[in-house]
Ligand binder design. Sequence first.
Ligand code: SAH
Length: 462
Amino acid sequence: MQHFPIFLAVAGRRIVLSGGGDAAMAKLRLLMKTEAHLTVIASEIAPDIRKWAAQGKLQIIERAMEPGDALCAALFYAANEDDAEDARVSAIANAEGALVNIIDNLADSQFITPAIVDRDPVTVAIGTEGAAPVLARAIKADLEERLPPSLGVLARIGKTFRHAVEVLPMGRKRRDFWSAFYFGKGPQAIEEGEDAVIPALETLLDDHIMAEAKEGHVDLVGAGPGDPELLTLKARNALDKADVVIHDRLVTGEILELARREAIIIDAGKTGFGPSMKQEDIDALIVQHAQDGHHVVRLKAGDPTVFGRLDEEIEALEAADISYRIVPGITAASAAVANIGQSLTKRQRNSSVRLITGHDTKGYADHDWRALAQPGEVAAIYMGKKSARFIQGRLLMHGADPHTPLTIIENVSRPDQRIVATTLAEMEPTMTNAGLTGPAITFYGLAPRDAQANALKLKEFA
Ligand code: SAH
């Protein structure tokens, strides 16, 4: 940025302009909008400028500029449309301490006058450092169209109302109030006349005070593995009430359809390795909607407490003092184990079961491989597609039986569910060859009941 934009206080101060022709007039039209004392110095003065002088809008000195003419001036414009004369007068003004602008001479100017959209007291200044005047004009035209002409009047009336708005808490709530005024109720009211504006402000403020009283709330809800019938009743009821639903990528369309028709549905989907919404952004999104007084359902695949980054969201909610509730769901392991006709635990086989992840934030996740390698151990491996070879290697290295059964279940509980039974020795390349595209969970130490029965039968015949 070579030019720093500021708004200069010029009320009551001197602005001197040298020149009396078209360039001078163009600049004067703009300067006359200010409350500065304007002095025009030129040996030839256009009739319009004389007229303005007669109207008391400016003062004329009808001769070429001399030393002393720019004393105490805040700004000085050289508008003689004559390079030599402009250079001469600029040197005088400069020596007398004024900031100098030479019309159409960016290089020798100390400041530039931006393109202006005037909705006094709202003023938008657009500058391109001389690089793209066309662009500045286009932006100006765009803003002229977008900003209601009444904006200035509204801003002036709004200013008188600022005190009353202090009943709303500072920050977002107040900003929301003002944007509802300037871009909604204000322009509507002013169509009926300026007198309608204050009553409109009062009504709007009442509405916002009421809304302020409505507390937001967040339900952190488990959506189960995909089959809508595996939703809990609590989850369904929460979806019935939700104003906003913020969901993960793994939550199915069928489940989202159960949300209240008016609800805003936001996909905060995090694709495993692709571009994703950062967890902090998701936290902020949830908090923001709750702070707007909404009932938010944060919908997570399976159970929110299993590999769901639930705690980060809870911490954000607690920090923002927002009420929340956790609604459990059926985790992928529960649904998957049911669909292979097995139990997660079984007397005399395994008295504990582990839910492990193939991945954590640092990459492949490490586990107690030695313990897992013991006969009869069962683990449900979440997010284990990419890490399959790593897990296989670790288990074998720690002495696990290569014949340990392994079952991969893709798209659990969905119409396209697929079950692939294999052994630890064959874990890879089986998983890669299976060409898994949906979410998949892998059971280490469990075979589908049917496959197991078949294997037993085969053994009997062997
Ligand atoms: N909170 C979820 C797990 C989130 S981690 C739950 O309780 O199920 C994401 C992993 O869960 C996926 O990589 C996959 O391993 C597993 N998963 C989630 N839904 C699944 C489904 N329908 N079928 C198979 N695996 C699933």
